[in-house]
Design a protein around this ligand. Sequence first.
Ligand code: HSE
Length: 326
Amino acid sequence: MENIQELKSPFADVKAGDSIQVFAPATVANVVCGFDVLGFAVNEPGDEVIMRVTNKPGITISKITGDDGRLPVDPAKNTVSISVKHYLESIDRTDLGLDIELHKKMPIGSGLGSSSASTVAGLFAAKTLLGDNCDPIKLLPFAMKGEEMACGHGHADNVAPALFGGFVLIRSYEPLDVVRLPHPKGLYCAIIFPDVDVPTREARQIIRTKINMKDAVTQWGNIAGLVSGLFMGDIDLIGRSMQDVLVEPVRSMLIPDFYKMREMAMELGAVSFGISGSGPSVFAFTRDEATAHAITQKLRQHLTHIKIGSNGYVSPINDAGPRVIG
Ligand code: HSE
């Protein structure tokens, strides 16, 4: 083929025209009591990136779909290209040319880790295209840079589970210490996204920066209880530990009928109910798929009744993380 330039790589021979398509999943961060330290991945929704090697060094974005024109196509301003640029710098491959197509398959500002799914899809595409067999943990700091740009804070509780799959604890940010947690089989997640805008940046600004000791004791008891429940496969313990006295009381005000939706979900047999990430999405854990579907359906009906559009998703915890789809 004309214009095909052989490019050197320490990992694999890549040449202009090579391409890959990657899916990365949505994530539920915080998991109610673990603000900024807990998250898990789900099977759907998620974002897709198509990445192509070009013959001109640098990163370009040729197309973004599904974003209603909200995301920047300027590679200096887009979280996907910025994260990939940092990754290429780290492996000394700024000589490479990469073009990115981003296909948003999930709502922006939903509390489902929308920017994380895009960023992780881009990083995983670049790593795989280059045949870089590094542990995905190496990509985490680059993904966190994307989060910092998207909402002003580089938290890892969406990007880490999007990257590794499964349930993840950020034990420490400095130094970064990430622990993959087990989870009981059969745990299902019902997600309802009410169509109202809650940007993470703003949802972070409204939370208290100082907390009292009594609340702190309640919160760390619950986090320890949730993590113990995950290890023990004790779904009752998981359920009763998922209480948040610090963040939810403030953020729930941004979500239409939050407490009514909780009551309805618990009546239908949910194990627990809370805000996904910074909202407005809410989620419930259930012991089976049928209950998750029943909750999604009922809560969406309620939102329709109060004239709010919504989306619903039902998924087990996704242990695979990102995957190559083309
Ligand atoms: N931990 C972050 C927050 C997640 O709650 O602000 C954002 O999705």
